[in-house]
Design a protein around this ligand. Structure first.
Ligand code: CS2
Length: 478
């Protein structure tokens, strides 16, 4: 039996009000606690300043319930191929569960000392149309948030909290999107302004003129924590932590330096504060996330549980290298001082890290929200330039096969996707009809791809091959 981990951090002695926080973070998943949190902690260590964080779970109380008895502290464990390094993180000041008390979340966001609201709510949390980046005003949570003061969606919380600040004569906070979307600051600004206009055009004008929505590129591989991990951490540290996070050694954070209020000195912690994040975002979304998703769908269908397992198969390693060299790098403008070939090799080594058990199933989640920026934008550019994209086309076909809900042995797949029911219904015996059906999805496929008969023909061929020969043989063929 191990001791229960942690006493409340010194900044929140029992029985007193939590210390002031400068940041409210929406979406308190493992990624934030292993990535942005590490930069905030290090900036405070090196530079001081009270940048404690109030975390908000938008859906369930699980994380709050596990963290509360630990005084909001948790262990972040770095998993290198040659060992594990635990670190105790004490930057959280409080955790709120939005559906339990939406007003408390709005009050926290509207507190005078808060200058940043950061978000990791996953791609679908922005309630936008992935193919266009615009607010989906027919989304049930958005329809709710237009009609009610107490919101449900992330854009709803941002708009209603900004409304409260405006009414109180406070400046807006900077909205810092840390999700894997292209030009993520631009996307979140668009959905916030679209929603604000539907609620109060004067509010929208104030947000547009005084607010700030810097874009960021975030990178660290952080698999979901498993029950086994809790035992592993207890064995490693001698203390029981109910909410640790497990991450790879690598991390990168590139932030557009355009804030409307104060911010921590993240540069001292190694964040790259730049004028334009776009080349970094394209590189990361296409080279990392694009191959991650491709390996996840094809790897899952070939029977591999994790990315590290996929990378033990030489056919898959060759496939990944082909994607980088022949299909993705030609579409990119390298960020300053970056060698894209070296970046690709570093990715191959990160994927192969056997200490990271990142499930293909986890990465396969929410494909309808991920494919446009990870794979389809690259594919469309290749087609326009007359470059081949057989590897990426195969990945799209694998996504279609995966979302049918049956793997190559006929076993059911638990498909997690906001469009899961619609996607499953599009699957039929004739690959040509399946492709025709999928290409009606305007949320996913841009018009140029929907109308591209050459693309439809290649996709049909890849899908027929997947059904006839299986994923592994098709990957080996590329
Ligand atoms: C992954 C990402 O789950 C996924 O879709 O591709 O979470 C990936 O691990 C991170 O973006 C790495 O920075």
């Amino acid at each position: 039996m191990h001791d229960r981990l942690f006493h409340p951090p010194e900044t929140t002695p029992a029985g007193t009000e939590p210390a002031l926080a400068g940041i409210v973070h929406l979406g308190l998943g493992a990624f934030f606690r292993a990535h942005v949190a590490s930069y905030i902690s290090e900036a405070m260590q090196h530079h001081g300043g009270d940048w404690g964080v109030i975390g908000v779970s938008l859906k369930s109380p699980g994380v709050r319930d596990r963290l509360r008895p630990q005084g909001w502290a948790y262990t972040a464990v770095e998993l290198a191929p040659d060992g594990e390094k635990p670190q105790v993180m004490t930057l959280l000041r409080d955790v709120l569960v939005a559906p339990e008390n939406p007003q408390a979340v709005l009050d926290a966001m509207a507190a005078p000392n808060v200058s940043i609201v950061s978000l990791t709510v996953t791609e679908k949390g922005y309630c936008h149309e992935p193919a266009t980046g615009r607010l989906d005003s027919a989304h049930p949570d958005i329809a709710h948030d237009i009609a009610h003061d107490l919101p449900k969606s992330a854009p709803g919380y941002l708009v209603r909290a900004l409304q409260l600040r405006h009414a109180r004569g406070l400046p807006p906070f900077t909205v810092l999107c840390c999700d894997n979307l292209p030009e993520n600051g631009h996307v979140v600004r668009g959905v916030v302004l679209d929603l604000a206009r539907l609620i109060d055009p004067a509010l929208a004008a104030w947000i547009a003129s005084d607010g700030a929505f810097p874009s960021t590129m975030v990178d660290r591989i952080v698999p979901a924590t498993t029950p086994d991990d809790l035992d592993r951490v207890a064995a490693l540290t001698g203390q029981r932590d109910e909410a640790p996070v497990m991450h790879e050694p690598f991390r990168q954070w590139v932030v557009e330096d355009r804030f409307c209020g104060a911010r921590p000195q993240w540069d001292v912690a190694g964040a790259q504060m730049v004028a334009d994040v776009t080349p970094f975002e394209h590189m990361k979304l296409r080279m990392l996330n694009g191959t991650h998703s491709s390996l996840a769908y094809l790897g899952y269908l070939a029977g591999y549980q994790t990315i590290a397992e996929v990378m033990t198969d030489p056919a898959f390693v060759r496939y990944a290298r082909h994607l980088w060299q022949a299909e993705i790098i030609p579409t990119l403008t390298p960020p300053e001082n970056t060698d894209l070939g070296a970046y690709a090799e570093a990715l191959a080594a990160r994927y192969a890290n056997p200490a990271i058990r990142h499930r293909t199933w986890q990465i396969a989640m929410d494909g309808s929200q991920k494919l446009p920026q990870r794979i389809l934008a690259t594919l469309a550019e290749n087609r326009a330039a007359g470059r081949g994209s057989a590897g990426l086309v195969l990945a799209v076909a694998a996504w279609m096969r995966y979302t049918s809900g049956r793997d190559e042995t006929g076993t059911a797949i638990e498909v997690k996707d906001p469009l899961a029911d619609r996607l499953a219904a599009l699957w039929c015996d004739d690959p040509r009809d399946t492709v025709t059906g999928f290409l009606t999805l305007s949320e996913v496929f841009a018009q140029s791809l929907r109308q591209d008969t050459g693309f439809a023909a290649e996709l049909t061929q890849a899908l027929s091959g997947l059904v006839a020969q299986g994923a592994r043989a098709m990957v080996a063929d590329i």
